[in-house]
Design a protein around this ligand. Structure first.
Ligand code: P1T
Length: 375
């Protein structure tokens, strides 16, 4: 079965009771049991819910994994994943990870469980080889990165991780499984903020982890229940509904973002454009190899911070807002908004940076909006 078909069919057979073709929202916290120690597959809704099962099966199929687990948010998925580690474990992170990931590792896990970490440029293979050590348990990859759109060679990094017995975990939020499937490139786990492209309509917060190894999936399943950062059935339904149009949406996001990146690259007021689809992007060749499109995220730098702030407040169609991956276009200033938590750290982003989440509106309207904001 091909991607578009899986997105609509896997885990989503008509409901056995009444034949509903849309997966029902099983809004229940518990399930009546036929007898003590017997069940119809579900006992308590933190442990399992049929709407969540449908979402998990669909995402597993799209990521080409053996299984997937859904969480209440991307950060809930990440916190649960890191709960796999023991005190004193070492983690290698990209030096441009999502600010919330860095905050979780540096401000929560490092002090609470003695987690050690190094943030390195994962596009520099020699630096990664130097950073990993016997205690390294996870090499955490984001590609494209948030917000600088760096491209990391997943196969190469997975190999380095495996040499020291570490997992290679890939945050696939920016690409979505439509454009990139890390498990097929050697990654051990794929993490998503389902809030973004998977949901796709800026109306739900969620997270997912997909994996292939049955032991890893079993441990994650145990932690999903033990930690309890689970999504409600309505949220699962919304992400599942988003998945059905993921392929169509990603095509439109990529097409619009490509047009916008080209326009920005030729604009006299724009100092620098970050978009892996541009041939001059340092990760262009790797992106062309490991992705089937360059995504809907574009970042660019203005000459001054004030100019960057001005552009963010002058657009009309691009709403000034955090988050990304929805059908509507968004603009933001990472330094003061999404990445404020890394200010003063080695991950601090340029103050002149503007980030766009390019939506699926008509490209000419988006281009006009940006041109007037830059004028
Ligand atoms: O917001 P949440 O669903 O908990 O997901 C966290 C997260 C994880 N990974 C990446 C790459 C992300 O971009 C995010 C959330 N990011 C934003 C809210 C943002 O505007 O960048």
């Amino acid at each position: 079965m091909r991607f578009e078909t899986k997105a609509i069919h896997v885990g989503q057979d008509p409901d056995p009771t009444y034949g509903a073709v849309s997966v029902p929202i099983y809004q229940t916290s518990t399930y009546a049991q036929p007898g003590v120690g017997e069940s119809k597959g579900y006992e308590y809704a933190r442990t399992g819910n049929p709407t969540r099962t449908a979402l998990q099966e669909a995402v597993a199929a799209l990521e080409e994994g053996a299984g997937a687990l859904a969480f209440s948010s991307g950060m809930g998925a990440e916190a649960t994943f890191f709960s796999l580690l023991q005190a004193g474990a070492h983690v290698v992170l990209g030096d441009d990870v999502y600010g919330g990931t860095y905050r979780l590792v540096s401000k929560v896990l490092a002090p609470s469980m003695g987690l050690e970490f190094d943030a390195v440029d994962l596009t520099d293979v020699e630096a990664v080889k130097k950073a990993v050590r016997d205690e390294t348990r996870v090499v955490w990859v984001e590609t494209p990165t948030n917000p600088l759109l760096k491209i990391v060679d997943i196969a190469e990094i997975a190999e380095i991780a495996h040499e020291v017995g570490a997992w290679c975990a890939v945050d696939n939020t920016f690409a979505s499984p439509y454009l990139q499937r890390p498990l097929t490139l050697g990654a051990d786990a794929v993490i998503h903020s389902a809030t973004k492209y998977l949901g796709g309509h800026s109306d739900v917060v969620g997270g997912v982890i997909a994996a292939n190894d049955s032991q890893l999936l079993e441990r994650l399943g145990f932690l999903q229940n033990a930690v309890g950062a689970v999504p409600g059935p309505q949220d699962c339904f919304l992400v599942l509904r988003g998945l059905k149009t993921l392929a169509l949406r990603m095509e439109a996001h990529c097409r619009n973002a490509g047009r916008i990146a080209e326009m920005l690259a030729g604009h006299p007021k724009v100092k620098r454009v970050y978009y892996p689809g541009l041939p001059e992007h340092p990760g262009h060749d790797v992106a062309a190899r490991q992705m089937s499109g360059f995504g809907g995220m574009v970042s660019f730098e203005m000459e001054t911070e004030q100019e960057a702030l001005d552009v963010c407040t002058r657009t009309k169609l691009f709403f000034l807002a955090e988050s990304l991956g929805g059908v509507e276009s968004l603009i933001e200033h990472p330094g003061r908004m999404t990445h404020a938590s890394v200010a003063g750290s080695p991950l601090e982003v340029p103050a002149t940076l503007v980030r766009l989440s390019v939506g699926i509106e008509h490209p000419e309207d988006l281009l006009e909006d940006l041109r007037q904001a830059l004028a």
